[in-house]
Design a protein around this ligand. Structure first.
Ligand SMILES: *Cc1c(COP(=O)(O)O)cnc(C)c1O
Length: 460
């Protein structure tokens, strides 16, 4: 039997032999060997060689309360002993589902008072896709099938959710997108704003929604889906003019607004939900990730009263074996208790968030950094060969990849999306740890600069 005491190279060989990693060139990974993570505590990971690594990404944007909270383990153990599983398909329910739904209705803004569960964000968006079309059918408007999304959005990896997403590299594989999904451009001013001011550009990008609705025919559009802040697309924070104009258009045409809160939800932007930070009023919210801080796989769709009322009048033929799984629900509820009772969201908004913002924005003093943008505890910097021109690298992603490798070598997890470097640390990160994060990021940027210079990338 292998264990965490098995030598690293043996674990790596076995991993390469039998484990196909997601979003990975597995042949290349097999050459160098995957890093084996063995333990984690707070904001720190430990690998099989005993290195301590600062996790600037909270896993995959999800470990909001940090690693190692034994309360969640305790709740899971108790729930497994009492009722490890039962479904909610056949006119049955259970206490964890009831309690979590009540809590979510209390936390969610406005009249988002109803939850339909899933095990992930992808599944929740698949639910949303079928649900909004079914909603319009139930209202006697079956022709409303079109769903509008944005290029470079991330809504998941299943057939439905990846179709909703706007990742061209994903659409290229496996015959996506499915029909009746349409994409407009993203509000990425830094890369695509040209000579427009951010304000002008925000309006231009929002008005693409109106143009698309008119092109498709206003009576054919079911919904618009968007992340309040694009996460996997590179932490793209829209100009301030963008969301008010989107809200005007959604209201005017009476289409449904789905806010994908999978990353933004549960404190990431300094409020419980990104829609509160950005003053958006969605009809449906997608949740996952921070809902359980990643301790259990759980997701869900939060529905407003009107949408729930329409759906509740029919039998919606949809659900997953593990929808409202009792262990996942109990763990999520405990996670929400910790977020609330330890004032973690308030601390992000009023204390550690502003501290991180100040330090993070100071990275623009580095010669390689063209801009730094951050909201709450999700931020990104743009690497550039020429700061004054907002220039892009010739071969997008090369500089970002080098920088990510330099971060890893300095025991900091930071991710890259092409040439944007991203952070999304656990919400419990302390000011001391923020200082370490920034110092290591700075060192990694220096090393990246030297490496790019040596390779002629900077003078090209
Ligand atoms: C991660 C993510 C998803 C997909 O969630 P999974 O749990 O990976 O299926 C959907 N939407 C957004 C915004 C995400 O960041």
């Amino acid at each position: 039997m292998i264990s965490t005491n098995t030598p690293t190279d043996q674990l790596q060989r076995l991993d390469a032999a039998h484990h196909t990693h997601p979003f990975t060139n597995n042949a290349e990974l097999a050459e160098k060997g995957a890093r084996v993570i063995t333990r984690a505590e707070g904001c720190w990971l430990t690998d099989s060689d005993g290195n301590r690594i600062l996790d600037g990404m909270a896993g995959l944007w999800c470990v909001n309360i940090g690693y190692g909270r034994h309360e969640l383990a305790e709740v899971a153990r108790r729930q497994m002993e009492e009722l490890p599983y039962y479904n909610t398909f056949f006119q049955t329910t259970h206490v964890p589902a009831i309690a979590l739904s009540q809590k979510l209705a209390e936390l969610a803004p406005g009249d988002l008072n109803h939850v339909m569960y899933s095990c992930s964000g992808s599944e929740a968006n698949d639910t949303n896709l079928r649900l909004v079309r079914t909603y319009w059918e139930a209202k006697g408007q079956p022709q409303r099938k079109a769903i509008i999304s944005r290029w470079n959005a991330y809504h998941g990896s299943s057939v439905g959710s990846a179709s909703l997403g706007g990742m061209k590299g994903m659409h290229m594989q496996g015959g996506l997108p499915i029909p009746d999904i349409h994409h407009i451009d993203q509000p990425n001013w830094y890369l695509e704003g040209g000579d427009l001011s951010p304000e002008e550009f925000g309006l231009e990008r929002a008005r693409q929604l109106e143009a698309k609705i008119q092109e498709l025919g206003p009576d054919n559009v079911a919904a618009f889906i968007a992340e309040p802040v694009q996460g996997a697309g590179g932490v793209i924070i829209a100009p301030e003019t963008y969301w008010p104009e989107i809200q005007r258009i959604v209201d005017e045409y009476g289409i449904l607004l789905i806010a994908d809160e999978v990353i933004c939800g549960f404190g990431r932007t300094g409020n419980w939900f990104g829609t509160e930070t950005l003053n958006i009023r969605p009809h449906i919210m997608t949740m996952a990730k921070g809902l359980s801080s990643g301790y259990q796989p759980i997701g869900g769709s939060m529905l407003c009263d009107e949408v729930a009322q329409v759906i509740n009048q029919i039998e919606f033929n949809h659900g997953y074996t593990y929808s409202s799984h009792p262990v996942a629900a109990a763990v999520a509820l405990e996670n929400l208790r910790i977020l609330e009772e330890e004032h973690i969201v308030d601390t992000v908004r009023t204390d550690t968030g502003p501290y991180l913002k100040e330090k993070f924005e100071s990275l623009t003093d580095h010669p390689l950094v063209g801009e730094a943008k951050i909201i709450g505890m999700m931020g990104s910097i743009a690497l550039t060969p020429d700061k004054s021109a907002r220039a892009a690298f010739k071969d997008p992603g090369t500089a970002g990849f080098v920088c990510r490798e330099r971060c890893f070598a300095n025991n900091l997890v930071m991710r890259h999306v092409y040439d944007r470097m991203i952070i999304s640390p656990p919400l419990v990160i302390s000011k001391e740890e923020i200082d370490i994060l920034i110092a290591r990021a700075w060192k990694a940027l220096d090393e990246t600069y030297s490496e790019l210079k040596a390779n002629g990338v900077l003078n090209a």
